[in-house]
Design a protein around this ligand. Structure first.
Ligand SMILES: Cc1cc2nc3c(=O)[nH]c(=O)nc-3n(C[C@H](O)[C@H](O)[C@H](O)COP(=O)(O)OP(=O)(O)OC[C@H]3O[C@@H](n4cnc5c(N)ncnc54)[C@H](O)[C@@H]3O)c2cc1C
Length: 463
């Protein structure tokens, strides 16, 4: 079914005078760029702080790794991106792109026309987004926010430029877009302190060569874990995957691979190099690679304890965006996980921009807090652990559509929802080849029909 693809620049008839705000956006990845665009569309004055020398966040591949391969040493120089060299997207490009800036294949030396392109293509797309919407003038590159603190109803932002000097400024509102794939979470393994091998977090994995001839245990079953174990299996002597989500009958050698085994979680590690799994099997390993995810981290943010990170729950946050007591002057873009990030960040940003200008109204702080508490009770009642608070996965389109209705924007296109489900199913059915074989050509055709109205020059790319 086709939906109306025409997305207006702003769909409202203001009753109140709109109030432009001075807004600091922290981070110029996909979230920060789209937040900047939406804020400027509502006439806010925007500065985007970006500590790196390029925009694109995660998608700026960095071949270097951190001094501590586990990423735990607080004194290490942090490398932002967790990309590995071979990474191709795990979503089809039609689904992955912003709603009103389709991620279509382009001609050019750096371009990758594949439906699940390599990471360089995603960075090119974000660079094109920045250029086409004239966002360059809003971004301060090499400017790290060291502290953001609310004082007397205004945000005091202290930033440090790469060259060293610090700057203190005052803003009305802060939008946090600092990403959440940089601060590693690692697995707790009894006996690990005596185990003599090398431990690495996937944040510091770039390519398989260092694992030549090694026995590697990889912990995890996320999309990255699946990619990395196949990357490594090409050169390693053995790859053993330790996963929480194994089912009876799947443990053992993986079909189609002669040096890869699936195990249950690790039970213990020992001084002689042996690692024992809960299923009773054991191997003598050289490396443990933790593909165990990341922690939310906002080292610069001082809210006087109003917003905390507790077991990876950032809260309290109304709809994963606004802390009830600080709304709308503080907001977060891109916290939900297991989602299609770009489109979600886009609609969250429209909501934030509309709320800041007074076009879109929020409930009272008490009502928002009651909503958050009810949400936490629902999670508890369903037995969902705190650290899954922001895993909205299956309800992401419902979430996006609720936000869209709040700010007068059409709901997600039917083809996008169907294509997302088809891609997830295809990944399960064809784990080795899903990026190159699919059955949803009809949905691709519908997407391209919709995309026709977004070609540059037809008025829809207005700033
Ligand atoms: C290995 C991997 C594979 C992925 N694959 C896909 C995929 O196939 N498809 C998909 O859609 N998504 C994928 N993602 C998710 C990806 O993170 C999102 O697509 C998107 O990049 C998130 O954008 P963001 O702006 O929220 O965060 P980021 O891209 O992380 O950007 C945050 C920015 O904030 C900056 N920053 C941080 N702290 C400060 C500070 N104090 N001051 C100033 N600047 C600061 C950082 O330098 C960075 O530029 C993947 C993620 C990873 C890690």
């Amino acid at each position: 079914m086709m939906t109306n693809p025409t997305i207006p620049k702003l769909n409202f008839s203001p009753i109140l005078p709109l109030i432009p705000q001075n807004v600091a956006v922290i981070g110029a990845g996909a979230a920060g760029l789209v937040a900047a665009r939406e804020l400027r569309r509502e006439d806010h004055k925007v500065v985007v702080f970006e500590r790196e020398n390029k925009v694109g966040g995660t998608w700026v591949y960095n071949p270097s790794t951190e001094s501590d391969p586990l990423g735990l040493d607080p004194t290490r120089v942090v490398i932002h991106s967790s990309l590995y060299a071979s990474l191709r997207t795990n979503l089809p490009r039609e689904v992955m792109g912003f709603r009103d800036y389709p991620f279509v294949a382009k001609n050019g030396a750096q371009r990758d026309p594949r439906r699940f392109p390599g990471h360089v293509e995603v960075l090119e797309y974000l660079n094109n987004f920045e250029t086409d919407f004239g966002l360059i003038e809003l971004v301060r590159l090499g400017a790290e926010v060291r502290r953001a603190r609310l004082e007397g109803g205004k945000w005091k932002i202290r930033s440090r430029m790469r060259v060293g000097e610090e700057l203190d400024e005052v803003y009305d509102a802060v939008v946090v877009c600092n990403g959440h794939y940089t601060e590693p979470r690692i697995a707790e393994i009894p006996g690990i302190e005596t185990w003599p091998g090398l431990q690495i977090h996937s944040h510091n994995y770039r390519s398989p060569e260092p694992f030549q001839g090694q026995v590697v245990i990889l912990i995890g079953s996320s999309a990255s874990a699946v990619d990395i174990c196949r990357d490594i299996a090409g050169v390693a002597k053995e790859v053993h995957i330790a996963s929480r989500s194994v089912t009876v009958g799947t443990i053992g050698k993986l079909p189609g691979h002669n040096n890869m085994w699936l195990h249950s979680m690790i039970e213990s590690a020992h001084g002689d190099g042996i690692v024992v799994f809960r299923d009773g099997s054991a191997v003598c390993a050289d490396v443990i690679l933790h593909c165990t995810g990341y922690k939310y981290n906002f080292p610069f943010l001082d809210t006087n304890g109003i917003v905390t990170v507790d077991d990876n729950r950032v809260g309290p946050l109304y709809k994963h965006v606004f802390p009830p007591l600080l709304a709308p002057l503080l907001s977060f873009v891109g916290l939900p996980r297991k989602v299609v990030p770009f489109a979600l960040c886009e609609i969250q940003s429209k909501w934030i921009a509309g709320v800041l200008s007074g076009r879109v109204l929020l409930p009272s702080s008490d009502e928002m807090m009651a909503d958050v508490e009810a949400f936490y009770r629902t999670l508890d009642a369903s037995g969902i652990p705190k650290h899954y608070t922001h895993y909205i996965g299956d309800s992401q389109f419902e979430y996006n559509d609720w936000l869209a209705s709040e700010c007068g924007y059409p709901p997600s296109e039917e083809w996008r929802k169907e294509m997302y489900s088809a891609a997830i199913k295809n990944m399960e059915v064809r784990p080795e080849t899903y990026r190159d074989e699919w059955d949803d050509e009809d949905l691709v055709a519908q997407a391209h029909e919709d995309f026709k109205c977004f070609s540059k020059g037809n008025g829809n790319l207005s700033q």
